[in-house]
Design a protein around this ligand. Structure first.
Ligand SMILES: NC(=O)C1=CN([C@@H]2O[C@H](COP(=O)(O)OP(=O)(O)OC[C@H]3O[C@@H](n4cnc5c(N)ncnc54)[C@H](OP(=O)(O)O)[C@@H]3O)[C@@H](O)[C@H]2O)C=CC1
Ligand SMILES: O=C(O)[C@@H]1CCC=N1
Length: 274
């Protein structure tokens, strides 16, 4: 199958993570278009990835089989107002990555009746280990689902949800999730330094441990709780650390942090999709 031509409108962090990951996996950069409003950013993208670029969003839509909407949620309505006429003429598959922007709003702002997929990817897509949730409207064909699946499968794992509300749960787990782990890494590196390790050594040990724990949990036939228990020798060192996390309320804190993340997605929908 020939690779579809992709237009990333709003080629920022999330878009770059997806097309950077696709190019790493062998996707033809000549079939990838990116836009921003800032010409200098496009020069950098062209030099770094070899993609086609333009500040003219309608030009991108005219080239594209698949249009990926990668702007901030607050900019989506104005963008679709600018593009609705061209989108209605060309009728490409539309994939939004925006948090808090419903399929109903995307449909309304783009003039109605177009195939729209709401996705929630994450930035590790850049290194082929993304995790993405997807929800399609009724206009999307089985073939278009396949196209979206193969794009996101090239940069990680994906999961279709059958209720749009579950995309907000995906945001709380994996869309925003990389930031939680990065924060844990920051804290462990800083604590390792305080215990006498060099920054370089604390960083190397922390990152390898994160990678090792994730890979082991993925490959293991027991759950994360059991793997945790297997590190904890009775009366040993890990037990002291885990007890300290529990006394500090870490599980409850994670639940309320993810609850706030989830609630914010709904608040954004109420604020931005009236
Ligand atoms: N970052 C993440 O981890 C994740 C983000 N998302 C979603 O991805 C979207 C983008 O976030 P992120 O990549 O972090 O943000 P960025 O600010 O990095 O990227 C947005 C890009 O859009 C460009 N842009 C803004 N308006 C327009 C326009 N009208 N036409 C063309 N380009 C435009 C901006 O450049 P310029 O200002 O030069 O135009 C910028 O490069 C959001 O909706 C977010 O919810 C989803 C999952 C994870
Ligand atoms: O913070 C945000 O709103 C976006 C959505 C998921 C990750 N980043």
């Amino acid at each position: 199958m020939t690779q579809p031509t992709l237009a990333f409108i709003g080629a920022g962090n999330m878009s770059q993570a997806i097309f950077g990951g696709l190019i790493q996996q062998g996707y033809d950069a000549a079939r990838i278009w990116g836009s921003t409003r800032t010409p200098e950013k496009l020069e950098q993208l062209k030099a770094r990835y070899g993609i086609q670029t333009s500040t003219d969003n309608t030009e991108l839509v005219r080239q594209a089989d698949v249009v990926i909407l990668g702007v901030k949620p607050q900019g989506m309505q104005a963008l679709l107002k600018e593009l609705s006429e061209t989108l209605q003429q060309r009728r490409p598959l539309i994939i939004s990555v925006a948090a808090g922007i419903t399929v109903e709003a995307l449909d309304r702002w783009s003039g109605g009746g177009l195939p729209i997929i709401r996705s929630m990817p994450n930035t590790p897509s850049l290194v082929g280990t993304g995790a993405c949730g997807l929800f399609a409207n009724a206009v999307v064909t089985a073939e278009q689902r396949e196209i979206a699946s193969s794009l996101f499968a090239a940069v990680g794992i994906l999961s279709w949800v059958d209720r749009e509300a579950l995309i907000d749960a995906v945001i709380a787990v994996s869309g925003s999730g990389p930031a939680y782990y990065f924060m844990m890494m920051e804290a462990m590196i800083a604590a390792g330094e305080k215990l006498g390790l060099s920054r370089e050594s604390a960083t190397e040990l922390t990152l390898q441990t994160a990678l090792g724990a994730a890979r082991m949990a993925q490959e293991s036939d027991v759950d994360a709780g059991e793997l945790k228990r297997r590190v904890m020798s009775p009366g040993g060192t890990t037990e002291q650390a885990i007890r300290t996390f529990e006394q500090g309320g870490l599980p409850q804190l994670v639940e309320s942090a993810m609850g706030r993340c989830h609630a914010r997605a709904a608040e954004m929908a109420a604020e931005l999709t009236k």
